[in-house]
Design a protein around this ligand. Sequence first.
Ligand code: NAD
Length: 488
Amino acid sequence: MEGPTGGAFDGSGAVELIAELRRGFDSGRTRSYEWRAEQLKGIARMIEEKEAEIMAALHDDLAKPRLESFLHEISMAKASCTFALKEMKQWMKPEKVPTSITTFPSSAEIVSEPLGIVLIISAWNYPFLLSIDPVIGAIAAGNAVALKPSEVSPTTSSFFAKILPTYVDNSCIKVVEGSIPETRVLLEQKWDKIFYTGSKNVGRIVMAAAAKHLTPVTLELGGKSPVVVDSNVNIKVAAKRIAVGKWGSNSGQACIAPDYILTTKAFAKTLVDALKITLDKFYGNDPLESGDLSRLVNVKHFSRLTNLLNDKKISGTIIYGGQRDEKLLKIAPTLLLDVPHDSLIMDEEIFGPLLPIITFDKIEQCFDFIQSKEKPLAAYLFTKDKKLEEKFVKTVSAGGILINDTGLHFANPHLPFGGVGESGMGAYHGKFSFDAFSHKKSVLSRGFAGEVPARYPPYTQQKQKILRGLINGSFIALLLALIGLPRD
Ligand code: NAD
């Protein structure tokens, strides 16, 4: 694998990389609005001019349908860039905040300053968006950046290495290609922030490496995102929205794809029938041949999913799909009904086209089930019952919640996107991206008037009384404090 300046990327390459980024950041140029805007315009231009190449790379890595590539990666990246360009001036402004009686008279503000040099490590499933989106946030916040795209999606990774530097300031924004050894070398260095997207196991490695330098991290991880389906829903719409969030999102290889469905025993047949009709319409009789279904990223993931299907505990539960073709790296959309709770498929994040459905007597039992598991990245509820919706929002802890749809909350830049518990820490998107890469510096400013003699030694009983009164908001105490004390 190549380093940012060509040649093998080893420890000395990493030291050089850090030094160059540090020089760039210390020069102060990444802090100016003009530099930030120029880089973001460069990225917007790259997306515009290289759309066909990006689509081709995504097709090469995942056989991603063109419409999915456009909707889920290219247009989202463009929107993120445009939003940052529009809002950045406002985000950069110091935020005036109130002062308190104890600091009177004074003024106070929060100044957002860039953290410095940041490392972004991204995942393979949305290899374009998940790389460029945090880069946009890091630049908007005025940092120097190194991006390490995933080696598992090699064509998109080399697109970034070859093309991004031709659109941005290459001394402050760098792309490093590499797999685990190269990432390890990068993680040994001292960064001012690490932003990681990927699995929770690697998240732990990233966090341990960051701890050595007390480097702050954002961890965008995964988990098993549940969908609860109530019996009062518009079932045709619900089935389409569940199906598109699962199989229409990279064949289920999406961090917020529905991982499993929970519903009542009484409603299961209606739901299953609707899902079958929808899937027949979406992907036809031979889904493995459908150009509208992404393939699995590689043989390792194909085998991982096949192992889940081969688990003896789930035998007899496949009610739709199940066909697979290793050469095509495809598994058909597959529904499984009432898999045992302790089966493999209910233990790990599925991250593929298999969708188990679990049934309970009462809908509320579904909430208890979710709460008995690790906190997911997303939780979905389909219902017309407002009370149930309220209860879901109140009781279910998840990175994000979406009612009566799947995946779409990701697309609202006014909402933070991130996990909680084992699904991650920190968040990004819109202003939250800017904040993820900024330090919020408190600035309190005072003049020389407004002396409070009571705060200075010698500490007397009377001074203590006045200060207590002042802290409790007594106006008389304030007057006494400001005009000075009678002699003790
Ligand atoms: P991954 O952890 O295998 O790889 C992600 C990155 O980590 C890659 O750049 C890779 O080079 C690096 N890496 C892998 N192993 C490493 C190691 N041992 N040491 C150091 N670096 C290492 O994750 P993945 O398979 O690419 O992604 C799948 C996971 O990511 C799923 O759990 C999914 O839910 C999650 N995900 C989360 C989000 C989100 O936004 N929250 C988005 C996409 C994927």
